[in-house]
Design a protein around this ligand. Structure first.
Ligand SMILES: [Zn+2]
Length: 112
């Protein structure tokens, strides 16, 4: 192989590698864009579904048992989280106190 031929084959190998890198980058960008647009589309469908559901009568809503039970679970978890957010724990003795308490009623330590 002459020097020129070796040079040519190295150049074409280099082009091949960089072309593959371009394709990989494009693929990653398109995938990311696709995912974000799919999510946006799902969210638009969900809005329509929610509007539709809210327009139903109580009797019609009762047919959607899965949705109603999920709604109930979400509400109860939200309530639980709200309750938990009202408390903090003494770092010294582990006593649970409400957020407005500055000193532990059990051990007297400052509670952050
Ligand atoms: Zn304490």
């Amino acid at each position: 192989m002459t020097i020129d031929k070796i040079k040519d084959s190295l150049i074409s190998a280099g082009k091949y590698v960089s072309e593959n890198a371009n394709i990989a980058t494009s693929k990653a960008n398109v995938k990311l864009n696709l995912k974000s647009k799919e999510d946006a589309l799902e969210s638009e469908y969900a809005k329509i579904g929610k509007e539709y559901f809210n327009s139903l009568s109580k009797k019609e809503k009762d047919k959607y048992k899965n949705l109603l039970s999920l709604e109930e679970e979400v509400n109860s978890l939200q309530d639980e989280l709200n309750r938990l957010n009202e408390f903090k724990v003494c770092q010294k003795c582990g006593t649970k106190v409400t957020k407005d308490i500055s000193y532990c009623p059990d051990c007297g330590s400052k509670v952050n």
